[in-house]
Design a protein around this ligand. Structure first.
Ligand code: SF4
Ligand code: SF4
Length: 373
């Protein structure tokens, strides 16, 4: 019968950074938390994330006895600056659709288990950060992220993968708890631009830029447009300011060439003027939380990010995109972006927008003109 050590050796051989074991007992404390904060997480249930179901591994896999948690370091290589300025790092090499990277390692690991007569599941909805801490792999941070204990220089640039198996193995000692140094006075909480972090390891996910960038409804409210800054999809700000992440960020890492090759596709101007074919071929296979029907959200986010660069070089792009754009949410954001960039060139571009625009867009144009004047 395969030993726990043989499983660990195989996971490390396949390139996972660390491995931990915990029981398949329900995550009761997490279930209570989700129930207490039902309003904050209602969107997740409607989006089909089934977080409540995920608190009981046996509801997903009745034969479950152990959860093997694999840690993947998704920042083992660095990413090009233009990408990390606008996208959360964890989405940059996400192969959940293309299935040509991490998925192959998970598949090989499950193949090894199968060869040893162990059945497994990799549910998407287990509380993977809590499972990792219960498996002794690290601790939590006040930004609600999981920090590795033994690898990746103790950083949060790791993705826990939960593999539920039908074989009992000795559980590792849990490391659940907040691992932040006492001298850090909550840099993440202070730095969160949309006040999503509430301190003490609590978050209102509906205020997080990650949520707002791919699930936010309608035209982004005025008060959030500047705070959301340059981010188009996801946000890393609370990780970038964290002293626990500084050692890993200081490393001189080789560039991830696979991601570098797709960087031009994610250029802001291209995103702003992309059509359905471009989106489906170049964007969606890598960042898929927004479907084709909601492509306007990508274009609106790109326009907002362009405005927040304060770079006049984007003015002609924004004006041209406005003329070709049919969606009033994107048109409205383009008007706002021109006002945000400011200056005479932006003023004259704004004066040239319309006529024949909707009331919402007309209001945005007038607002931007007022501010410029
Ligand atoms: S990811 Fe960004 S918006 Fe979300 S909690 Fe962190 S800093 Fe705040
Ligand atoms: S910034 Fe400070 S409080 Fe926030 S997660 Fe990092 S160490 Fe903890």
């Amino acid at each position: 019968m395969v030993t726990k050590q043989a499983i660990i050796d195989e996971a490390l051989r396949l390139g996972f950074e660390d491995v931990g074991f915990t029981t398949a007992e329900p995550f009761e404390s997490h279930r209570f938390y989700l129930q207490e904060h039902a309003e904050e997480y209602a969107w997740a249930e409607s989006a089909g994330l089934s977080l409540l179901e995920g608190t009981n591994p046996r509801a997903i896999f009745p034969k479950a006895q152990t959860i093997i948690v694999l840690l993947e370091n998704y920042c083992r290589q660095s990413f090009p600056t233009p990408l990390v300025n606008h996208f959360g790092r964890c989405y940059l090499d996400d192969d959940r659709i293309t299935r040509d990277g991490l998925s192959l390692k998970i598949k090989a690991f499950r193949g090894f288990l199968r060869e040893n007569a162990i059945d497994s599941r990799v549910p998407f909805n287990l509380p993977h950060r809590l499972a990792a801490a219960r498996a002794g792999l690290g601790t939590l941070g006040k930004n609600c992220l999981f920090y590795a204990g033994r690898v990746a220089a103790g950083s949060s640039w790791v993705l826990p993968i939960t593999v539920v198996v039908d074989r009992a193995f000795e559980a590792d000692e849990a490391t659940i708890g907040m691992g932040c140094p006492t001298w850090c006075r909550g840099a993440c909480v202070a730095a969160c631009p949309t006040q999503a972090l509430k301190g003490g390891g609590r978050i209102d996910p509906r205020r997080c830029i990650s949520y707002l960038s791919y699930f936010g409804q309608g035209l982004t409210p005025l008060k959030l447009r500047a705070p959301m800054g340059l981010y188009v999809y996801g946000c890393d700000r609370c990780q970038l300011v964290c002293p626990r992440n500084a050692p890993w960020l200081a490393r001189n890492l080789p560039v991830n060439q696979r991601v570098a090759a797709m960087a031009p596709d994610f250029d802001l101007a291209r995103l702003l003027r992309m059509d359905v074919d471009y989106f489906q071929e170049r964007i969606w296979p890598h960042m898929f939380y927004v479907g084709t029907r909601d492509m306007w959200r990508w274009r609106m986010n790109a326009a907002r990010a362009m405005g927040n660069t304060l770079d006049p070089a984007y003015i002609p792009e924004l004006a041209q995109a406005f003329a070709a754009e049919k969606d009033e949410r994107v048109q409205a954001m383009i008007a706002w972006a021109l006002g945000r960039i400011g200056g005479n060139e932006a003023l004259s571009a704004l004066q040239g927008l319309g006529p024949g625009v909707s009331e919402t867009v007309s209001r945005e144009i007038n607002q931007a003109l007022q501010e410029l004047k």
